[in-house]
Design a binder for this molecule. Sequence first.
Ligand SMILES: O=C([O-])C(=O)C[C@H](O)[C@@H](O)C(=O)[O-]
Ligand SMILES: [Mg+2]
Length: 425
Amino acid sequence: MSIIKDIVITPVAFHDMPLLNSVGVHEPFALRSIIEVITTSTQYGLGESYGDSAHLLRLQKAADKLTGLSVYDTNAIYRICVESLAGDDASTSGGDGMAGMVTTASVADKVFSPFEVACLDIQGKLAGVPVSELLGGRVRDSVQYSAYLFYKWAKHPDQPEDDEYGEALDPAGIVKQARKIIDEYGFKAIKLKGGVFPPAQEVEAVKALHATFPGVPLRLDPNATWTVETSKWVANELQGIVEYLEDPAPEIEGMAAVAKEASQMPLATNMAVVAFSHLPPSIAQNAVQVILSDHHFWGGLRKSQTLAAICAIWGIRLSMHSNSHLGISLAAMTHLASATPNLDYACDTHWPWKRSDEDVVVDGALKWVDGGVVVPTAPGLGVELDRKKLERLHRQYLDCGITKRDDTTYMRKFRPEFSPHIPRW
Ligand SMILES: O=C([O-])C(=O)C[C@H](O)[C@@H](O)C(=O)[O-]
Ligand SMILES: [Mg+2]
C-alpha cells in the first residue's frame, strides 16, 4: 500500500506580475514543478518545487530511482536523492527558481523536499490524519501570513494591459498597494521587498507605511544590496518602526558586522543562512536573530522542524520565506507553520501576486481568513489535484518558452544598463 510505484513530475507556468527586486523584475510567467508520488495502491501524494530546467532534471533523475521504496522510508529517499546527484556540477545549483538570490542552499535538500512532502501527504491519507498531525499536531488553527509588497511596474513592458495592482514606484504607490492587499486578505504584518531604489527612498516608503498602518509589524528586505555602513544607517532610521531588517548586507560576516553595531535591530535572513552547515558560524558570530525557514530548500517539512528546534535552543526566532508558488506549497507551508510552535512570525507568501483562477489544486480547500490560512483538516495535505487545471498550466509552460527564472536578463531587455551586483548602496 505504501510502496512507490511511479512519480510524475509536471512543469507548469502561471502568470506573474512585474515585481521588482534587487536582481531585476519578474517575467510574465513564474515556473513550478508539480510532483505526484503514486503508490502501488494508486494512492497519490503531492509536492511542489521550483520549475527551472536544471532543477527539473535533478528531480527526474532522483524520481527514477525512488520506485519500490516505502513512503515511510524518507531516510532512504534522502540517501537516494544524494546519490542521484553524484557527478552533478554544484556550480549550476543556481538553476532553481531563485534568480541567483539564494545560491548556497543544499542541492540535495532542494531535490528531496517535494518528495518528502508528497510522502507525508500519502502517510497522512493512509492514517486518516492531516500532515500537521504527522508533524506533532497543530498549535494554531490558522497560520498568519504577511502582506508581501513589491515595487512594481504597471504592466510588463511586452504585455498589452496594466495588471490589477498597477504601478508602485514611490511611497504613495506602496501605501496604495498595501491597502489593496490588506483589504482583500486582512494581513496583520507587512513586508516590503527592497533593494530596488536607494535606501533613503525605501526608508521613506517604510515610514509612510508606519504612518498609515500604526502598530502593524513591518519588515524591509533589500536582499543584501547594502554595505555594512548603509545597513547600520537604515537600522538606526527604522529602529522601533520595523520588527526586523531582512538581509541588509551580504554573507554571514556582513550580517554579523551589522548586528554587532546595530544590536537593537533584529536581523533576519533567507540568504546568509540557508543550510544547516551555515548555522555554527552564524551562531558563533550572532549574525542573525531571525531565520526565514523555507521547506523547499531546508530539506522538507521535518528538516524545517529540526531547524526550528536548533533555533529554539539558540534563541533564534523563526519566520518563513517564500517564492512565487501555488496551492500545494501553500498547504505544506501552512501545515508546517501550524505544527511548529516557535514559527510565530507571520510567514511570507507571494500568493496575492498570482491570478486566483490559476492553480493546480481543487478550489476551496485553502481558506483565507483575517490574514491567515485555516489549516486544512482533511487527511494528508488536504488539497487535491485538479487535472484540468494542471493540464492548462502545463500547456502554459510549454507555450511561454521560459525554462528558467531569470529576472536579470528580463530586466535588461528594457534597461540594458541594469546590474545586479551587491552591495550596491
Ligand atoms: O525574501 C526573499 O528574499 C524573497 O522572497 C526572494 C524572492 O525571490 C523575491 O525577491 C522575489 O520573488 O522577487
Ligand atoms: Mg528575504
